[in-house]
Design a protein around this ligand. Structure first.
Ligand code: HEC
Length: 222
């Protein structure tokens, strides 16, 4: 609980960081010192600028990964039916996000409080904290938004909520009346510990979680 509140507060603080950007600090530096500093570290961005850049870049990466997944899903359903597409997702979902990760030089995951693939459990630390914060907001009828958190000196974590936005999703994640028997069979066979059923349309399903090296964030904006 303490962690959730802390994470929500840090969402708010990050908003302030974007706004003020440590301007007052910068003004106190002498010009000569500033010039010298810039010549030593030409690509150094301020913390707030890195967070803003990470937010923009994260949206681009998540869009790209999402398009890849949905294209593949639709094709698999057309060719093999919904139950056949379960096998396809089982084989392809993680390799697809891994390929997009390699392209961008980041680590992309989809994590959920009610996960299907056991690999998609949130990791202890920032990832779990943000997921808890998103769930807390959802339970309190707030609409959670994309976010960036500092993980340590080297990494930041971009997150974006995933909603069960399309009726199509219900065919594999909805309640009993939405899922055909053959599909349910395919799901239980591949995922004996499946928790990803019983969702309603529009419900919070989980989140994109993208771990970025700050250096890569800076490079992405050059
Ligand atoms: C054909 C069945 C099918 C449909 C339709 C489907 N999914 Fe899934 N979904 C799966 C399977 C299978 C997995 C596990 C993939 C894996 O093994 O990595 C999964 C995993 C996920 C995950 C990752 C977290 C977890 O539980 O492992 C999310 C998030 C998700 N689906 C959201 C959606 C959304 C949103 C839609 C609608 C756009 C959707 N799914 C439509 C079958 C489906």
């Amino acid at each position: 609980m303490k962690n959730i509140i802390f994470t929500i507060i840090s969402f708010i603080i990050i908003g302030f960081l974007f706004a003020c950007d440590f301007e007052s600090n910068t003004n106190q530096r002498t010009e000569a010192f500033e010039e010298e500093r810039q010549s030593r570290e030409p690509k150094r961005l301020k913390e707030g600028e890195i967070m803003t850049a990470a937010l923009e870049w994260g949206e681009e990466i998540a869009d790209s990964a999402q398009v890849q997944l949905i294209k593949t899903l639709q094709k698999a359903i057309q060719e093999n039916g919904v139950d056949g597409a379960v096998d396809f997702c089982h084989e392809e979902a993680l390799p697809i996000t891994n390929r997009v990760s390699e392209n961008f030089g980041v680590e992309i995951r989809r994590v959920s409080h009610k996960n299907r693939n056991p690999s998609n459990v949130a990791r202890e630390g920032k990832e779990q904290e943000v997921l808890d914060a998103y769930l807390y907001m959802t339970e309190n009828n707030e609409d959670p938004q994309s976010n960036v958190q500092k993980m340590d000196d080297q990494y930041v974590l971009f997150t974006r909520p995933i909603k069960l936005a399309a009726p199509l999703c219900l065919q594999c994640h909805g309640s009993e009346k939405d899922i055909q028997e053959a599909t349910l069979l395919a799901i239980t066979e591949k995922y004996p510990d499946d928790k990803a059923v019983g969702f309603e349309l529009g419900e919070f399903r989980g989140m994109w979680s993208i771990k970025m090296d700050k250096k890569e964030v800076i490079k992405s904006r050059l």
